[in-house]
Design a protein. Structure first.
Length: 195
């Protein structure tokens, strides 16, 4: 088969894929697969950037709070799955998935919180080797000590991604921390639809 014919087939497949994606967005679909982590880490790649000084970190997984959390600091997460990135002692890692942004994207929305120690989180769109950082923040710590709540609330964020309309990019959530215990960032409810 000639290169030209292969190129025509590839372009045709891309057009069909973009048309399907536009149809899905018109129906109010989320451009982010498994954005609420209901099926674990399906659709997300896990990458360890640096292991830190403690063995086994970073530890990136999907967890659920119990139906009745012991400290009640995470009431709104009761029995709900969310991404937890435990990045103790300098560990650094991220999750990422490929997305196609809608032709007229709405806001990229998500929630984030931490436990005891400060954790730096970066949310970025990835275009090959280029990192478009959308937001860097310290996850609000919901614990004041191992046995008490801080009184802080999770961060609810909405980011404008209109300049990337229609592009195929990677969505990356990266975390790093220095604390020995409780250096945890939790994120959940990623939503990106069409305006």
């Amino acid at each position: 088969m000639s290169r030209r014919r292969l190129r025509v087939i590839a372009i045709g497949a891309l057009v069909i894929g973009v048309a399907w994606a536009a149809e899905a967005f018109a129906a109010g679909a989320n451009a982010i697969y498994n954005g609420a982590f209901g099926t674990g880490l399906h659709g997300w790649r896990v990458v360890v950037v640096a292991p830190g000084t403690l063995p086994g970190y970073p530890h990136i997984s999907v967890v659920r709070t119990p139906r009745e959390p012991i400290l009640k600091c995470e009431r709104e997460q009761r029995n709900h799955p969310f991404l937890q990135m435990n990045v103790a002692d300098g560990a650094n890692g991220y999750v990422e998935q490929d997305i196609i942004l809608p032709a007229e994207p709405g806001q990229l929305r998500f929630r984030a919180w931490g436990e005891l120690e400060p954790v730096k989180v970066a949310v970025s769109l990835i275009e090959g080797p280029i990192i478009h950082r959308l937001l860097t923040f310290t996850a609000p710590a919901l614990l004041a000590s191992p046995t008490s709540c801080s009184g802080r609330s999770p961060l609810a964020e909405s980011l404008n991604v209109a300049r990337y309309a229609g592009e195929a990019l990677g969505l990356r959530i990266r975390a790093t921390g220095q604390g020995a215990e409780g250096a945890v960032a939790d994120v959940d409810d990623f939503v990106l639809g069409e305006r």
